[in-house]
Write a protein that binds this ligand. Structure first.
Ligand code: FAD
Length: 501
């Protein structure tokens, strides 16, 4: 069995969907999703999407400056300018495709603020259901596009290279059992984040760094992997074994919530007296880490007790409900929170058109490293990155697809299938990553982790197995190695990367 298409998109999050919907209808697009179409980090996004909604150059400069400042100026300045300047067009496209952002009674967009933003510029939808509403609107219109086909429960295992080392598609495994190649003129990696590389994360647990693993195996350039963003305020539960942690949006702090330590004292003035709780995430997470260390505990609190419960319930319906189910009432109780893995700022290096270092291979969304985030992502810039760079990648493909001929490989030899359980290995990797490659890192811990990971990688490489579990584990360890080795190389602290020795 095999399939052929003009464009193969691996992943059905915002980046994959938006790229697909902007490909000319004369080209066939095949989207594969390793689970159901709605399983993605995009669906989980709460806060919203950052964008300046008019062409006022002062506002563009302000978004540009905030992005650079949050990224400790390690960002690619041209990419940041591209992101900011193309935001309005991308948002208009989203609205054209049916996305509804929240408005006031007069029809003006309601904007909010998050950490690192100098003013309110974040659009949201359904209060704190921004990702769900945006992604759902896009999946709902896929039926109206006969050129787009979606295959669910199908995981891409490896990318296929042609004679000239160009990408000609991917090997996939459908329904855990049917292995076959999909040949495409252009292939787009839209596989999202890396949450499952760590022991605890805000991500959907299907985020196993597959795009990075696959790209690394064909020697595509990977960049900025040491910059893993830890979200400061994931809901804390004592003695839980749940790896996925519920995120409490930063927009809550944008609306006035504060942080207090276990002694119920505000502390952000010690670390960032000016921006306090609305400092960028790297600063807030590192401050929380310090407070937890100093007070011998593993969490701090979000304080909303000075805020109106009714307002909080209306403005943050998803968070309110989840927090309530965990035994706390927003507006009345302190809410325990702690940082955990949230976002990969680096990834597969791309240019402004989404092209990677491998011909005919694109990367969009969180799997890509466009350079916009630098050493730490500015809040709500990632959904924006998905749409701005998804749009430019699709425009580029619309112009180039006719010049590419579909290629195939002569012979495919799938490896054997064994019923092995990789969960203990994954747990071990997560534990090492949490302990030594988390918010605070040192040389000794990084070297120890590297040696453990190399051993696991070596063992896995020697015993290939045609299962989803195997390839995910291989991608997890590959991604973990990329992060650890990049963290070892960068000896000086910057942004999300804090080295104490
Ligand atoms: C809880 C949470 C809240 C967030 N809030 C915000 C916010 O308010 N604003 C903001 O800008 N950002 C936010 N982010 C970050 C943002 O949601 C993500 O960076 C963004 O949605 C990534 O989109 P994506 O399309 O690249 O990946 P995803 O949305 O994660 O989609 C990846 C897709 O790839 C599929 N996939 C993965 N591997 C394979 C494979 N091997 N084969 C086939 N399919 C595969 C997955 O199943 C999924 O469909 C948040 C993230 C989380 C986790």
């Amino acid at each position: 069995m095999e399939r052929t298409t003009d464009v193969l998109i691996i992943g059905s999050g915002l980046a994959g969907l938006f790229t697909a919907l902007n490909i000319d209808s004369k080209f066939n697009v095949l989207i594969i999703a390793k689970e159901r179409i709605q399983n993605s980090n995009s669906m989980l996004a709460q806060g919203g999407i950052a964008a300046e909604l008019n062409n006022d150059p002062i506002l563009h400069v302000s978004h540009y400056d905030d992005t650079l400042k949050a990224g400790s100026y390690l960002n690619d300045k041209i990419a940041v300018k591209f992101l900011v300047d193309n935001a309005l067009v991308a948002i208009e496209k989203l609205v054209e495709l049916g996305v509804l952002f929240d408005k006031d009674e007069k029809g003006n967009y309601l904007l909010t603020r998050e950490g690192g933003h100098s003013h309110k510029r974040i659009l949201h939808s359904g209060g704190d259901a921004s990702g769900y509403n945006t992604t759902k609107s896009l999946t709902d219109i896929l039926n109206e596009r006969p050129n787009i086909q979606v295959i669910e429960n199908t995981i891409a295992l490896n990318l296929i290279l042609g004679k000239n080392k160009e990408c000609i598609g991917a090997y996939v495994l459908e329904d855990d059992s049917i292995f076959y190649p999909i040949y495409a003129k252009s292939t787009v990696i839209a596989t999202g984040g890396i949450g499952s590389v760590y022991g605890s994360t805000t991500n959907d647990l299907s985020a196993t760094g597959d795009g990075i693993g696959m790209a690394k195996r064909i020697n595509a350039e990977i960049k900025d992997m040491e910059f893993v963003q830890f979200h400061p305020t994931a809901l804390y539960k004592e003695d839980t074994k749940e790896r996925r942690r519920f995120l409490i949006t930063e927009a809550l702090r944008g609306e006035g919530a504060t942080l207090v330590n276990i002694e119920e004292e505000r502390f952000m003035h010690k670390y960032e007296p000016e921006r306090m709780e609305l400092a960028p995430r790297d600063v807030v997470s590192q401050a929380i880490y310090r407070e937890m260390y100093d007070t011998w505990t593993d969490h701090v609190y979000l304080d909303t007790r000075h805020m109106d419960t009714k307002f909080l319930e209306k403005r943050f319906p998803t968070v309110f409900k989840k927090v309530f189910e965990s035994g706390y009432i927003m507006g009345l109780d302190l809410i325990p929170v702690a940082p955990c893995e949230h976002f990969m700022c680096g990834g597969i290096k791309t240019d402004l058109l989404g092209e990677t270092s491998v011909p005919n291979l694109y990367a969009v969304g969180e799997a890509a490293c466009t350079g916009v985030h630098g050493a730490n992502r500015l809040a709500s810039n990632s959904l924006l990155e998905c749409v701005v760079f998804g749009l430019s990648a699709s425009k580029n493909m619309n112009e180039t697809l006719n010049k590419i001929t579909l290629s195939k490989v002569a012979k495919i030899e799938p490896c054997a299938t064994y019923n092995y359980n990789y969960k203990p290995i994954r747990k071990k990797i997560g534990d090492y990553m949490d302990e030594h490659v988390g918010i605070v890192r040192n040389k000794e811990g990084l070297e120890l982790t590297e040696s453990v990971l190399l051993q696991i990688y070596d063992n896995l490489s020697k015993s290939p197995n045609l299962t989803r579990q195997y390839f995910e584990t291989l991608n997890i360890v590959t991604t973990a190695l990329c992060i650890t080795q990049a963290a070892l190389k960068r000896e000086v602290s910057i942004g999300c990367h804090l080295r104490i020795k």
